[in-house]
Ligand binder design. Structure first.
Ligand code: IPM
Ligand code: MG
Length: 368
């Protein structure tokens, strides 16, 4: 298989973890006879420094022509006081909109030897395996007007959705639930917001098309509570942009390992942007300490969702699991009696597993 991948390392540890993802993908390509070409472009603070904008045209054009995009992370203290159109986050929001990446998928599944680091009791978090499906290109993030008024005496943001925008994300979530445990939790604030009432109506209308999926509606405040009291009760959660932003951060710490969580943002044609849930971690940037696993697992999601290479995706996930099982971990994690390694060594361990696995298969099938 031949694919063009655009790499947007961004800022902070983004650059280091992107390097790791590229090494892992190169190993997969060599071992399983694929041709992946990589093209680097700037986004976020790095793009502001180099081009005076967080999202240069050249980056958008390259992404539009790619088969998939990998993004590291954006942001850092250097740009924190910039005016809002010159903040690194603008680059991220801009690329989501430019590629119409309306569906953000954040799978949250614990690794058993890391659960002890969860802020929740192990017996509560154990068995949690959920997927947050967040609407990513609408709602209050993009509604207009969004402005200061009356000489700064008042302010407005707008939460707007079209029926079509809600329908497509709800369909995506139902389909995801079909491929998992068949349970969909739709999160809204239908006791207050008009947009949520329409959201709930659409979920109810769609139900008939997916008879094997069971549906529940939960108000966002109650959902926030239930995520920490009974996280294992969720399968697929679907919600609008800002609720999804908040709930996915809450959910991401449940498993005790933010540095392990990948995400996928997809459009209608299957082109996707894949990025770790964690940020640019400026405090440890450039020190070789960053955990590359979330970025590497994001590359695995790319193979699965954009290229339909399920076996190769699974091999990367198994490689990560086996390296953790062997006790290796980066500085952000603790494994009892484990061994702490840096970004490069962690990457090498994962790459070695991939190469050895293939070599041993060849020995089995070629010589016996
Ligand atoms: C995320 C982030 C972004 C968001 C920020 C950086 C704009 O928090 O991807 O969840 O709010 O969507
Ligand atoms: Mg967020």
């Amino acid at each position: 298989m031949k694919k063009r991948i655009v790499l947007l390392p961004g800022d902070g540890i983004g650059k280091e973890v992107m390097h790791s993802a590229k090494e892992v993908l190169t190993a997969i390509a060599e071992e399983y006879n694929h041709t992946f070409s990589f093209e680097n472009h700037e986004i976020g603070g790095a793009a502001i420094d180099q081009y005076g904008t967080p999202l240069p045209e050249t980056t958008v054009d390259a992404c539009k022509q790619a088969d998939a995009v990998l993004l590291g992370a954006v942001g850092g203290p250097k740009w924190d006081n910039n005016p809002s159109h010159l903040r690194p986050e603008r680059g991220l929001l801009g690329i989501r909109k430019a590629l119409d990446l309306y569906a953000n998928l954040r799978p949250i599944k614990g690794f058993k030897n890391l659960l002890h680091a969860s802020p929740l009791k192990e017996e509560i978090v154990s068995g949690s395996d959920l997927l947050i499906v967040r609407e990513l290109t609408g709602g209050i993030y993009f509604g207009t007007p969004s402005e200061r008024r009356d000489n700064g005496e008042s302010v407005v943001d707008t939460l707007a959705y079209t029926r079509r925008e809600i329908e497509r994300i709800v369909d995506k979530a139902f389909q995801a639930a079909q491929g998992r445990r068949g349970k969909l939790t739709s999160v809204d604030k239908a006791n207050v917001l008009e947009s949520s009432k329409m959201w709930r109506e659409i979920v109810e209308e769609k139900k008939a098309q997916y008879p094997e999926v069971s549906v529940e509606h939960v108000l966002v405040d109650a959902a926030a509570m239930k995520l920490i009291t009974n996280p294992a009760s969720f399968d697929v959660v679907v919600t609008e942009n800002m609720f999804g932003d908040i709930l996915s951060d809450e959910a991401s710490v449940l498993t005790g390992s933010l540095g392990m969580l990948p995400s996928a943002s997809l459009n209608e044609s299957g082109v996707g942007l894949y990025e770790p849930v964690h940020g640019s971690a400026p405090d440890i940037a450039g020190k070789g300490l960053a955990n590359p696993v979330a970025m590497i697992l994001s590359a695995a999601l790319m193979l699965r969702y954009s290229f339909e290479l399920e076996d190769e995706a699974k091999i990367i996930e198994d490689a990560v699991q086996s390296v953790l099982d062997a006790g290796y971990h980066t500085a952000d994690l603790q494994i009892p009696n484990g061994r702490q390694v840096g970004t490069e060594e962690m990457t090498k361990l994962i790459v070695d597993y991939i190469r050895t696995l293939n070599a041993s298969k060849c020995i089995a099938s070629c010589y016996y």
